[in-house]
Each structure stands twice: as C-alpha cells, then as structure tokens.
Design a binder for this molecule. Structure first.
Ligand code: PA5
Length: 434
C-alpha cells in the first residue's frame, strides 16, 4: 500500500471522467514502453528500477562515509547544480527543523556550485575559515562551470587549511563511473568516489549517491527514503487500470488541461520546508517537457505567504493556469492559539485551535476560491513529512513526468536546450574552441 493520495475531484468541472478514460490505452502503452525500455530516451530509464536496486553494499558504504564525515566535520559543503543539487536539497530542507538545536548531531549542510555569485562564494570561504568542514562534489559530466569553479575554490581553501593529504580525505566525489574531469581528478587524488549510473539522468538521480550521501550526512534515514520509493514503484508497476494509477492520472489530467489552454501549472504547498521540493519538481517537469515548442510551464508558490503576493494573479489573472496542491495532513509539532483578554486582534474565536487547523482552512478556502475564479485544481496528499512519504512522492513525480512527457510527444529524458546558454557564455568568456 502507499501513503500518498492523488485527488482530482476539483478539476472535474474542467475535465470529464470520459475524457480521462480515453487515455486508458495510451497510458498503458507508455507504461509498457517505460518498463520495457522501448520508448524515446530509453537509455535513461535506470531510475525506474532504482529503488529496489540500490545494493546493501552501497547503502552501507554511504552510511559509513556519512558517519565519518559527521565525525570529522561540523559543516559539509555540497557542490553541484541542477540534477546534481536539487534532489538532495529538496529532501534535506523538507526534513530539517527550521531552527536546529545548537547541539544537533548531524553536520550542517551548505550548498555551493549552484550559481556564479562572487559575493556568496567569497563569504562562504570566509565563513569556512574557522570551521571543520568537508566537501561533497557532485557532477556527472565533471565539467559543469558553476560547480567546477566552486570546487576549485573550495579545494584550494581546504588544502591550504588542512594540507593536501588531509583535504583529500575530506573530499568525496560523486561522478561518472569512468569518464570526465572530476573522475580523473578524484582518481589522481584518491578521493572516496561514488558513481552516478550511466542510465540515470541528473534530474532523476536523487535516489543514487547524488542524493543519498548528502541526505545521510544531514542525518536522515536513506533506507526509509528508498523503502518509500520502492512502495510507490511496486504499487505503480502492479496497477494496470488508469483510474487507480495516481501517476498516470496526474499525467493525463495535466495533458488534458494543457490541450485546453492551461499551459502553466502552479505547484502549491503550505509548508515553507517544501520550497525546494517544488524547485526539484520544477526542474523535473520543466527540463523533461519544455522542448520542441511544447510543454507546461512549471511554477510554484508557497502559501499562505504567496497568497499575499501571487494570490491576486492566481485568482483573477490570465486563465491559462492550473494548480496542484501538495498538502501535508499532519504537523510534527503542536501549537495552539492562546486566548487574549483584550482580543484587540479579534482572534479569540480561534483560541485553543491549532495553527495547523487554520492552515488547513486556508488551503480549503483557497482551493474553493481558485475553483470559483476558474482555476482547475488537484491535490497530492501526504499524511505527514517523513522519509518514507518523501520517497513515495519522488517516485510518484518521476513516473508521472515520464508518462506525461510521452503523452506530450517529447523525449522526457534529454535536455538539448540546456547547452545553448553555455555556448554563448563560453564564446563571451573566450573559451578555446567557442
Ligand atoms: O538534469 C540534468 O541533466 C542537469 O540539470 C544536470 O544535472 C546539471 O546540468 C548538472 O550537470 P553535471 O552533473 O554534469 O554537473
């Protein structure tokens, strides 16, 4: 059984059940192509069986390395961008406490290599001056500019601080199994190294060492994350009927709405800790579907914060949007609204209520208002945030994205457009050959 549920009843004013059922055969074909590795981009379908295929040996090795890094470092800098960054950040931020205890056991994770801001990198190095730290550098190609620059700086900083040999023991490389600049460097410096499987693309790599090592270093249970992903993988594999297959249903609903002019999807969450999960989701869907002049534009908002900024547009702006709400039923903590004798703020009608109850009514009220305002909405419900449920969610979105891309008629596993800015930038920078 799976814990998360997909609910699209609020979209039914815009999409008929008959329209959905017309996709029964087509989604069956796409699912067959995914499992048999016969569809477009089939060389990159390694993620399909990943949850059940991560070996005990690899899990143990990651856990051992994570424990070692936590013992020798108070801070671990995770260097990477795109698919080599967003998955681990999404899970770590979702599971982390907003105000970690001073004596927290896990190492503090900070990120670098995900942009080219000189001030950030300068201040990071200055901040690291008096810290015990280690570096996890992640790049499949080993040549991506942003992480390569950040790593060059960090490597030099760490070597100066600790000496070359100690620095080498504090650097972990996650890269291609056999080729690339980072692989070469890691071999020459004898860094502990983990491989990114050839058949898993960046945005589908969170359940490889790319995501698992940083998540384990942050102190979270990667076995439960994998177990959640496996539950979802098995559930989806065994479910033939479209009406009971949440990932295929989500993919179908998105495509029907897209064909009706809804070319922007807004992923909405009501917990700030899910901000980076939405960022990961945006890369997954944006990079997979936005090509050949097609694709739903993936946007995200964090409610109720953004109801006070983007709320106006969503309620009354251009009607080309639909909304997918990521709702978490149970909060980890309990906090009730206190009674106030003056009641100047008029909140006494809520005294004794949990904040989470108010948040839930905000979510329900917003969905009702958006529906009335002409915004189809759907919901993905998680009972609570934990490793198991996040594992389920990751796999749910990965499978939904693959099916959705196939319905759209694109190869969801390539990203040819990502090269365009690089070529222009390299030309401007005077890189040899450009
Ligand atoms: O999904 C992708 O393929 C990209 O986002 C890459 O992950 C990103 O460009 C980083 O590439 P690399 O891991 O080669 O440094």
């Amino acid at each position: 059984m799976i814990n998360i549920a997909f609910d699209y009843k609020q979209a039914l004013a815009f999409v008929g059940e008959t329209e959905i059922s017309l996709f029964e055969k087509e989604t069956a074909l796409h699912r067959k192509n995914i499992y048999n590795r016969t569809g477009a981009g089939h060389d990159y379908l390694g993620w399909v069986d990943l949850p059940g295929q991560v070996s005990e040996e690899l899990i143990q090795s990651i856990e051992t390395t994570a424990a070692r890094l936590r013992a020798i470092a108070d801070v671990v800098v995770v260097v990477g961008i795109g698919g080599s960054y967003l998955g681990s950040r999404a899970i770590i931020e979702a599971l982390s406490e907003p105000f970690p205890a001073h004596n927290a056991k896990a190492a503090q994770i900070v990120f670098a290599g995900h942009h080219l801001d000189e001030d950030y990198l300068h201040d990071l190095l200055a901040w690291l001056d008096d810290k015990r730290y280690a570096v996890i550098v992640i790049s499949k190609s080993g040549t991506t500019t942003e992480p390569a620059i950040a790593f060059r700086l960090l490597k030099a900083h760490l070597e100066l601080k600790t000496g070359v040999s100690e620095a080498a023991s504090r650097i972990i490389a996650i890269t291609d199994a056999s080729k690339g600049a980072l692989k070469q460097l890691a071999d020459s410096q004898s860094y502990t190294t983990y491989e990114i499987p050839d058949d898993v693309g960046g945005r589908y790599s969170v359940l490889t060492a790319v995501g698992l090592l940083p998540i384990a270093v942050a102190g979270f249970d990667i076995r439960k994350l994998l177990s959640g992903a496996l539950s979802m993988a098995e559930f989806l594999r065994n479910e033939d009927k479209l009406s009971r297959h949440p990932a295929a249903l989500y993919a179908v609903l998105r495509n029907i709405l897209y064909r009706k002019g809804r070319n922007t999807e807004i992923l909405t969450s009501y917990k700030p800790s899910l901000y980076y999960l939405a960022e990961w989701w945006k890369q997954l869907f944006g990079e997979s579907e936005g090509k050949e002049g097609k694709g739903i534009f993936p946007a995200s908002v964090s409610f109720t914060t953004d109801l006070h900024s983007m709320g106006q547009y969503i309620q009354e702006g251009h009607r080309n949007i639909f909304e997918t709400v990521l709702w978490v039923e149970k909060d980890k903590r309990q906090l009730n609204i206190p009674e106030d004798s003056s009641d100047l703020d008029g909140l006494n009608y809520l005294s004794g209520e949990r904040i989470g109850f108010v948040n839930k009514m905000a979510m329900r009220g917003t969905m009702m208002a958006h529906l009335e305002g002409g915004v189809p909405n759907m919901a993905i419900n998680l009972p609570e945030i934990n490793e198991q449920n996040l594992g389920e969610l990751i796999y749910f979105f990965e499978m939904a994205c693959a099916i959705s891309g196939y319905i759209l008629g694109v190869n969801p596993f390539d990203q040819p457009g990502v090269e365009a800015y690089k070529k222009k930038m390299f030309g401007l920078l005077g890189k040899p050959g450009y």
